[in-house]
Write a protein that binds this ligand. Structure first.
Ligand SMILES: Nc1ncnc2c1ncn2[C@@H]1O[C@H](COP(=O)(O)OP(=O)(O)O)[C@@H](O)[C@H]1O
Ligand SMILES: [Mg+2]
Length: 230
C-alpha cells in the first residue's frame, strides 16, 4: 500500500486486507514501513486481545536489499507492506520488491489530482522493474454523491487501472483497528466487510495474473534461449 499523501487509507487497507487473508488461512507477513508504527500498535492490541494476527515486522529503506525482506517473505504466502506518506526513499524501496503497488485514493477529483507525485514514483520504479504492476483503490466514497465517480474519471487520466472494489466512508473502518481486528472480522455483517472481502479477492486475482504473466515471460525467454541454442 503506497502513496505520498497522508490519510489516503494505506494503513486501513493494509490492516483490513492482512486480517482478512489470515482469516482465509494464508500465512501473512505485514511489514510496517511507517516510522509512526500504527500497524505495530494494532498488532500489539490484537495480540493482547488474543486475536489471530499476521506476523508484523518493521522495515525501512533497506527492505529491497538482498537478504532482507526477500529472505523473510519466502516463509509466507502473502506479504503486505504499509508504506509511510512522504518518505520517498521507503516507498522506492518497497516498489523495488513488490509485485503489486496499490495506491489508495480519496473519493474527490482533488484527491485523484494529488496522486500525480505518487504515480511518478511508481512509473520510475516500473522503468527499472517492468514486472511491477500498480493499481489505485478508491476509499472513503460517499453514498448518494457524484464524489467517487469523479475520482474514478480523474484516476483514469493517471494511466493506472482503478480496482473495481471500493471502500465507502464507514465507521467500522475507524473502529476495527482499536479493537485489534480487521474490518471484516470486527463487523462481519457490515457493508465494510463485504467491501474488504471483495478487495482481497480482487488483489489475489491480480497477484495470480501477475504470476502467470511472469511465468509466460520466463517460458518465452527459455524457449528463445533454446531456439538460439538450436
Ligand atoms: N473507508 C473509510 N471510512 C472511514 N474512515 C476511513 C476510511 N479509510 C480510512 N479512514 C480513516 O481515515 C484516516 C486516515 O486513514 P489511514 O489508513 O491512516 O491513512 P494513511 O495510512 O494513508 O495515512 C484514519 O482515521 C482512518 O480511520
Ligand atoms: Mg498510514
Amino acid at each position: 500500500m503506497c502513496g505520498q499523501k497522508g490519510g489516503s487509507g494505506k494503513t486501513t487497507a493494509a490492516i483490513a486486507a492482512s486480517a482478512e487473508l489470515v482469516d482465509r488461512g494464508y500465512r501473512v507477513l505485514l511489514v510496517d514501513a511507517d516510522p509512526q508504527g500504527s500497524v505495530r500498535t494494532w498488532a500489539d492490541v490484537a495480540a493482547e486481545a488474543g486475536h489471530p494476527t499476521p506476523t508484523v515486522i518493521a522495515m525501512g529503506a533497506q527492505m529491497h536489499k538482498s537478504g532482507q525482506l526477500d529472505e523473510i517473505a519466502s516463509g509466507y504466502d502473502v506479504t503486505v507492506i504499509d508504506c509511510p506518506p512522504r518518505h520517498g526513499e521507503i516507498q522506492r524501496s518497497a516498489l523495488m520488491i513488490a509485485d503489486l503497488a496499490v495506491l489508495p485514493c480519496g473519493p474527490s477529483a482533488v484527491d485523484a489530482w494529488a496522486l500525480a507525485e505518487s504515480v511518478e514514483l511508481v512509473s520510475e520504479a516500473q522503468g527499472l522493474r517492468p514486472e511491477l504492476r500498480a493499481t489505485t483503490l478508491i476509499t472513503r466514497r460517499v453514498h448518494g454523491t457524484t464524489i467517487g465517480t469523479e475520482a474514478r474519471k480523474s484516476l483514469r487520466n493517471t494511466g493506472l487501472p482503478v480496482l473495481r472494489s471500493e471502500f465507502y466512508a464507514r465507521v467500522a473502518y475507524q473502529e476495527a483497528p482499536a479493537a485489534g481486528l480487521g474490518v471484516a472480522q470486527y463487523a462481519p455483517t457490515d457493508k465494510a466487510a463485504t467491501e474488504v472481502r471483495a478487495f482481497v479477492t480482487e488483489l489475489l486475482k491480480e497477484l495470480s495474473r501477475g504470476k502467470t504473466k511472469a511465468q509466460d515471460r520466463r517460458k518465452k525467454t527459455a524457449s528463445g534461449r533454446k531456439r538460439r541454442r538450436a
